[in-house]
Design a protein around this ligand. Structure first.
Ligand code: PHE
Length: 339
């Protein structure tokens, strides 16, 4: 009998359990009311007197070993669960991290900024809600000037003096008012025009306008600057300037870049001509310089302006301007690899 109990002690010592249920079953088997220990205890009275002492000792040893085993297994289980609470399962695979992407308008805007900052242009910004002076009057567009109709304007409530800027030329007016020449600045930003929304135009879009004012700035400087820009951005080195009209520049021109006629798409987007219009430009009108506190006898300059959406549509072959504003992930995710 004593050997049997010693066998149990060895079994208890080598026992191991991972779950609460296993430990509980073990506890009941040894320490429960109808458990092995109680069986032995009830045997006690039948043990011959000379063996009682030893029997008592081993049976007590079995009891304390079993008790200690149950306690240590429970402690271990609790400890594991605590660690899980803090760290989770340390062996599980990592969660995949979704990498976001820049919006194509931001990508193109940053490219344009980079190209001009390489030749000394800084970036200036201004308010989207403007007054009449900065958006129109200072730019040689006095009240009732017919050219105001070129840009259909959103006014703020009933105050005709406050409006949503129709171009970022307003930022250039502010810049000239607050800085002395030489001036080399580009003004990226959001602009607003009351136009019907279609695949080609939207009532909210983005522009980058540029301004260069110094002594003896000529039309040749303007042309070289734009040529440098088109080479950098499109990798195209043929441009042409067509006479145009803007109230704030004289002379004014529209810039076309020679896109080529290599693919079917080239034919379609250039309407079979190979040429694409990309921006407006001209020599700053002396009246504008005067309005902004710069002496036109001493200084001259050029300005240009382009729509970021239009450039992005050309670069990425996007057919519909509305895609920029729908925030469809299937569209946006295509720009993950760009910048
Ligand atoms: N402000 C003009 C527009 O929004 C663009 C432009 C800027 C043209 C500077 C000439 C010179 O259409």
């Amino acid at each position: 009998m004593i050997d049997k109990i010693k066998g149990h002690i060895a079994e208890v010592e080598s026992f191991n359990a991972k779950t609460k249920d296993e430990i509980e079953a073990f506890r009941i088997k040894y320490l429960g009311k109808k458990g092995i220990l109680n069986d032995f205890f009830s045997e006690f009275k039948n043990v011959p007197n000379e063996q009682k002492k030893e029997f008592g000792q081993v049976i007590n040893e079995l009891k304390t070993t079993a008790q200690a085993k149950v306690n240590s297994l429970k402690d271990e289980l609790d400890k594991n669960q605590e660690e899980k609470g803090v760290y989770g399962d340390l062996s599980r695979p990592a969660e995949p991290v979704e990498i976001g992407s820049r919006h194509p308008i931001s990508i193109v805007k940053n490219q344009i900024i980079e190209i001009f900052s390489n030749i000394g242009f800084n970036v200036s910004e201004g308010p989207e809600m403007e007054d009449d002076w900065h958006n129109f009057t200072a730019l040689n567009l006095p009240e009732y000037h017919p050219a105001r109709d070129m840009q259909d304007t959103f006014f703020i409530q009933t105050n005709p003096d406050i409006l949503l800027r129709t171009h970022t030329s307003s930022v250039q007016v502010r810049y000239m008012e607050n800085n002395k020449p030489p001036i080399r600045t580009i003004s990226p930003g959001r602009v607003f025009r009351n136009e019907a929304i279609s695949a080609r135009s939207h009532c909210i879009f983005h522009q980058v306008e540029g301004l260069y004012i110094d002594k003896d700035v000529s039309f040749a400087d303007l042309k070289q600057t734009i040529l440098y820009f088109t080479k950098q951005l499109f990798g195209k080195s043929k441009i042409r300037l067509r006479p145009s009209y803007f109230p704030f520049t004289e002379p004014s021109a529209e810039v076309d870049v020679y896109w080529g006629l290599e693919t079917e798409t080239d034919y379609r987007i250039t309407k079979g001509t190979g040429w694409l219009e990309i921006m407006g430009c001209g020599m700053v009108d002396p009246n504008v310089l005067k309005n902004c506190g710069i002496d036109p006898k001493e200084y001259s300059g050029f300005a240009f302006g382009m729509g970021i959406e239009r450039i992005a549509m050309l670069l990425y072959q996007i057919e519909d301007i509305r895609m920029f504003y729908e925030n469809d992930l299937r569209f946006l995710e295509q720009f993950k690899s760009a910048l």
